[in-house]
Design a protein. Structure first.
Length: 131
């Protein structure tokens, strides 16, 4: 799915996942929606794309795993080192931003960031047996 790089992309992306709800366990579906929402939000807030660019969202439901990938044409970034992840978490529950990748790390079984020639992709996997 392609999403415009604007705040409305977040609920549009979430709603696009609704058709998957009947085929997933409720907890897994809720986790998928949360993490996809966080990654689309990161693309909207940080990629600084022009209006004719797109955020791409891809979700694959397989028998043993659900994979999701959100890609944009932003300049990209590297995963924060573990020491920063701990500091970010300890900064307090009232912190209003910076929770996206922390949540991905806590909920997903695997995740990563891939730099591409024309942007960046963040992906994650949730094992179906873990949900």
């Amino acid at each position: 799915m392609q999403l415009h790089p604007e705040p409305a992309a977040v609920p549009v992306g979430r709603q696009a996942l609704d058709r998957l709800e009947p085929s997933l366990e409720q907890r897994l579906f809720d986790e998928l929606r949360l993490l996809v929402s966080e990654l689309v939000t990161n693309s909207v807030r940080h990629a600084r794309m022009n209006e004719d660019a797109w955020i791409e969202m891809e979700v694959d439901v397989l028998p043993d795993v659900v994979r999701a990938r959100v890609s944009d044409r932003g300049k990209g970034f590297a995963a924060p080192p573990p020491s920063e992840r701990v500091l970010r978490r300890r900064s307090g529950p009232l912190q209003t931003s910076g929770w996206g990748l922390y949540l991905v790390e806590q909920v997903a079984n695997r995740w990563g960031i891939e730099s591409e020639p024309d942007g960046v992709s963040v992906w994650f996997e949730i094992d179906r047996s873990a949900a």
